[in-house]
Design a protein. Structure first.
Lengths: 340, 267
């Protein structure tokens, strides 16, 4: 059993030798490590540019986790939409194809009902109109709920029970909205989960702006939130538009004009000639946002900065982009008349 | 310890050469088989085979899908082999100590360092064999793309074997200092997130962080399967040598630490 007691005496020569060996080994590793860094980076054979290669993680695990993150963000987005409708699930709100590709949740029922009308927007943007106008509880347009009404439900008693225990509105009722302030944590989470979910940034910043009682604090948060969104999605012109709107509320006029100009510049890269619809790249929703960015610039110059020549020049520029635009034409008439 | 393993040890009554850890390795292998540890490998291989069968039925229609499946299979195989080595090596000595079967082993004419080597070596070999099997199955089910170089695959296999040795040595050392489960988790964390931690330290910690990052074991350097999948160029001989030296240095350091800890351990 001699071997059982073979441990060397603490503090003996072995310990010193061992320590020196460890230090030498660590030193060698420290010297070697920087030289190995190039082994971590390689140029995939199918990626053309280094810039693209830097942004792409080709690992299948990364791809799968990325999909899970994006899916989680989509689920949270759907949850916020349902919450805004007081828990009522409306059947036509989700265009799964668009949701998968762009996060867009176009209201197909409204789209078909009012093709060419002024209100074809994604569902969350409808709430902007509500908050701007008649208040958060205003409803608009009858919708078809996911749970069918009595006439079209073959399930009989089960259907009755379903309508009783789940939030539900009949097809003849206008759907109602609730306030979105309580959803702010969801917008925060979904944009953390998927930083490219630009609608989460846009609508989250919108609801932050609506927290009137919080005042400057919430406006500062809205600004920070939308700027974070722009950092992650610099090519989404709607985010620049929302940035401009936040700065407008902060009365930072020059910054707001800059943001609206960037929105127009970025939007022009996508916008088809004349702003004609080319779904899914450019729909009436995008065109409305684009026109809004142009109008804001002229409005701020005319009404806030009182720079009439600049406003008129902007109007001319805007009318070349959006020929016959009503608000711009009216503003030009106002300014011209006032000038005379 | 199983009867067969004890018999093998008993057969070493007379030292037969300068490397008595050979029979120890055989004993550890027999023990792994008797304790059904090796069955883990068979189960994992069965899962791989099932996935392969499903993919064969569904079919791989595009190069992109082939690349994705190959990447998934190779990385999964790499991870599973790593886990196998960590779990099996991590439980070797603590189990022997708990069951008091360590004493007959220490009574034999083998040094404690030799005992550790005899425990770790067959499991490392089993891990390398498992990695080879997983890689083989993956290659069988996915067509090789023209951009993928067999040389890169061979390099990746050799380097990953070095990574398994590193992980095995770390698991052995930590299992002597920490509770068994904690040691396994800590080793797995180092093996799977060590590279990430190094990057984080280097980016967030300034110059000091960058210096500290050099001394965090980076197992991701030794995982080059994605390079093969993506059609990256083969590493140069100097790069391969550097990476193997890196793995050897860490393995040596962890082994020295394990040996020192074990020699000083009161049993």
């Amino acid at each position: 059993m001699e071997r059982l007691n073979q441990a060397p005496r603490p503090g003996g020569g072995y310990s010193m030798l061992g320590t020196l060996t460890l230090l030498a080994g660590l030193g060698a590793i420290g010297l070697l490590r920087p030289a190995l860094e190039p082994a971590k980076a390689w140029q995939p054979a199918f990626v053309m540019t280094e810039a693209v290669a830097e942004q792409v993680n080709t690992s299948p695990f990364a791809l799968i986790l990325g999909e899970i993150r994006a899916s989680a963000a989509d689920l949270m987005w759907v949850k916020t939409e349902r919450y805004l409708h007081r828990g009522v699930a409306y059947a036509p709100h989700l265009n799964a194809d668009n949701l998968a590709r762009t996060g867009e949740t176009v209201n197909r029922a409204e789209e078909s009902r009012s093709a060419g009308a002024e209100h074809v927007h994604d569902e969350h943007c409808d709430h902007e109109a509500d908050a701007d106008g008649a208040g958060a509880d205003a409803g608009h347009g009858a919708e078809v709920a996911l749970i069918p009404d009595r006439e079209s439900d073959y399930r009989g008693f089960i259907g009755v029970l379903h309508r009783e225990v789940q939030p539900w509105e009949g097809g003849d009722q206008p759907h109602e909205h609730s306030g979105g302030e309580q959803l702010l944590p969801w917008y925060r989470l979904l944009t953390l989960s998927d930083p490219h979910h630009w609608r989460g940034f846009m609508i989250g910043a919108w609801w932050l702006m609506q927290q009137r009682e919080e005042g400057a604090v919430s406006l500062a948060e809205a600004r920070s939130f939308i700027e974070e969104g722009i950092r992650h999605n610099p090519d989404v012109f709607q985010l620049h538009l929302m940035h401009g709107r936040v700065l407008t509320r902060l009365e930072e006029w020059d910054g707001a004009i800059g943001a609206f100009r960037r929105a127009v510049e970025v939007g022009l890269k996508l916008r088809p000639e004349g702003g004609v619809e080319e779904p899914p790249v450019w729909t009436l929703s995008e065109e409305e946002d684009f026109e809004m960015a142009v109008r804001y610039i002229a409005m701020i110059q005319a009404r806030k900065l009182n720079d009439i020549p600049a406003a008129l020049a902007t109007i001319e520029w805007g009318l070349r982009l959006v020929p016959g635009d009503g608000p711009l034409t009216h503003l030009r008439e106002d300014l011209t008349t006032a000038g005379e | 310890m199983s009867l067969a393993a004890q018999e093998t040890l008993l057969s070493m009554e007379t030292p037969r050469g300068p490397r008595p850890w050979g029979p120890l390795a055989r004993a550890a292998w027999i023990q792994a088989v008797r304790r059904s540890e090796i069955h883990v490998l068979l189960i994992l291989l069965g899962l791989y085979g099932l996935a392969a069968l499903i993919l064969r039925l569904i079919g791989i229609e595009s190069a992109q899908t082939a690349r994705f499946i190959a990447g998934l299979g190779l990385q999964l195989g790499s991870c599973l082999a790593m886990l196998l080595v960590i779990i099996l090596i991590g439980r070797q000595v603590p189990t022997e100590i708990d069951q008091r079967t360590i004493y007959p082993m220490l009574a034999k004419p083998v040094s404690r360092m030799q005992l550790l080597l005899g425990k770790a070596l067959p499991i490392w070999l089993a891990g390398v064999a498992a990695l080879g099997l997983f890689v083989g199955v993956t290659l069988l089910i996915t067509p090789r793309l023209p951009i993928q170089h067999p040389v890169v695959l061979a390099e990746a296999l050799v380097l990953r074997a070095g990574g398994l040795a590193m992980a095995g040595a770390l698991a052995m050392w930590l299992s002597l200092r920490l509770p068994m489960a904690v040691a396994m988790l800590a080793t797995a964390a180092a093996a799977f997130f060590g590279g990430m931690a190094g990057n984080f330290a280097a980016q967030a910690g300034g110059r000091l962080g960058a210096l500290a990052a050099r001394f965090i074991p980076d197992f991701s350097l030794l995982d080059q399967f994605q390079r093969y999948v993506d059609g990256g160029r083969p590493l140069s001989l100097a790069e391969i040598a550097g990476l193997l030296l890196y793995a050897a240095l860490w393995t040596f350091l962890f082994s020295v630490l394990a040996g020192t800890t074990f020699r000083r351990m009161a049993l």
